[in-house]
Design a protein around this ligand. Structure first.
Ligand code: MG
Length: 317
C-alpha cells in the first residue's frame, strides 16, 4: 500500500510539473509554492477590499478571489493572534486551497501617539505580530495607519520607532514596511503643534522649506530595516506624483497599493501605465489591489472589475 501511495504521489507531482512547464497560464507565486491555475499574472489583493462580504463565507470567498485571477493576498483583520477571528494556520490553509499565497499583512500597533513611555508596549506588540505571521510564512509586515506626526521632531521619533519595528520583524524573518494615505503628504515644521494639511499643506500650494511627512519618514528610517508600500491613489490625493517618488526612492519603495477612486481605470485620474512602467523599471514584484466601499455593485464585483482591468492591461506583465 505504501508503495502504491508513493507512486501516485510521484505521478501527481510529475503532472503538476508538466502543466507548469507547458502552460504559461499557471502562475506559481514566487514566495510560496502555491499555484493558481486561474492566474495568468501575479496580481495581489488586499482583502480589506471585500469588507464584511468576505466574512459570510471565508473559504468560499477566497476561492472566488482565486477564480478572478488573483494569486497573492495581503491580510487585514489581525487581532488576538488570529485573522478575522480564525487561527492563522487555518486561514493560511483556506487561502492556499483557493490558490492564494499570503505574502503580506496590514497590522497597526495599539497606540497612535508614540512616546518614550509606550515605546516598549509598541515593541512588544510588534514582537507578537511578527512571530504570529512568521508561523504562516508571511513575508511583509506592514503598518497601514499613520501615527501622530505634528512636528519635524515627532516625524523623526516615529521613524525611530519604525526602525525598531523593522529590527523586530527582521529577527522573526519578516520585512517591516509602512503604507501611506494622503496625510503623509502634509507638511511639518520644527516645534510644530499640528501638521499643515488641507489646502495649505498639500502639493504646490504648500509653503516651501518645510518638510513633507513622507519624506521625513524616508529620511529617519533605516533603509536596511524599513521599506515603503506606496499607495499610489493616496499619493495622488496628497497632490504628489507616485511615479516621481518611485524614481527618487527606487530602493525604498518596494511594494505598491494599486488603487483608484473605485474600480481600477474608471476614474481616469490614475496613470496606471506610467506607474506599472516605473514599477517594472524598479523591479517591483509585489503589489496589492485595494478597493474602498464600492457603490457600483458588491465588493466582490468591484474586486473582480479590478482584476479584469489588470489582466487585460498590456502594461501589466
Ligand atoms: Mg492602501
Amino acid at each position: 500500500m505504501e508503495n502504491r501511495r508513493d507512486f501516485f504521489k510521484k505521478v501527481s507531482l510529475l503532472t503538476a510539473g508538466g502543466l507548469l512547464a507547458g502552460q504559461s497560464t499557471i502562475v506559481k507565486a514566487a514566495t510560496s509554492g502555491v499555484t493558481n491555475k486561474n492566474a495568468s499574472k501575479i496580481i495581489g489583493l488586499q482583502i480589506y477590499s471585500l469588507f464584511d462580504e468576505l466574512d459570510k463565507d471565508i473559504p468560499g470567498g477566497l476561492k472566488e478571489v482565486g477564480k478572478m485571477g488573483y494569486s497573492t493576498i495581503e491580510l487585514a483583520g489581525y487581532g488576538d493572534g488570529k485573522i478575522k477571528g480564525i487561527e492563522m494556520a487555518e486561514f493560511k490553509k483556506m487561502a492556499n486551497d483557493a490558490g492564494l499565497a499570503i505574502t503580506s499583512t496590514h497590522v497597526n500597533p495599539p497606540v497612535r501617539e508614540y512616546t518614550k513611555e509606550n515605546k516598549q508596549q509598541i515593541a512588544d506588540f510588534w514582537k507578537k505580530a511578527a512571530d504570529d505571521h512568521a508561523k504562516i510564512g508571511v513575508k511583509y509586515l506592514i503598518q497601514p495607519g499613520q501615527p501622530s506626526t505634528r512636528s519635524t521632531e515627532e516625524v523623526a521619533y516615529v521613524g525611530e520607532i519604525f526602525t525598531e519595528a523593522g529590527r523586530i520583524a527582521k529577527a522573526a524573518g519578516l520585512e517591516f514596511g509602512y503604507h501611506n494615505h494622503d496625510g503623509e503628504f502634509a507638511r511639518v515644521i520644527p516645534g510644530g503643534a499640528e501638521s499643515v494639511s488641507g489646502r495649505q499643506g498639500f502639493g504646490r500650494r504648500a509653503p516651501e522649506g518645510i518638510e513633507i511627512i513622507y519624506d521625513g519618514l524616508l529620511k529617519h528610517t533605516d533603509p536596511s530595516l524599513v521599506f515603503f508600500e506606496m499607495d499610489v491613489y493616496w499619493t495622488v490625493m496628497g497632490q504628489q506624483d507616485p511615479v516621481e517618488y518611485m524614481k527618487k526612492y527606487a530602493d525604498r519603495i518596494k511594494v505598491l497599493h494599486i488603487k483608484d477612486k473605485a474600480v481600477l481605470g474608471q476614474s481616469g485620474m490614475m496613470n496606471f501605465e506610467m506607474i506599472f512602467k516605473q514599477a517594472n523599471t524598479n523591479g517591483i514584484k509585489d503589489y496589492f489591489v485595494e478597493l474602498e466601499r464600492y457603490t457600483g455593485g458588491t465588493q466582490f464585483e468591484g474586486v473582480k472589475g479590478c482584476a479584469d482591468y489588470l489582466l487585460k492591461a498590456k502594461f501589466v506583465k
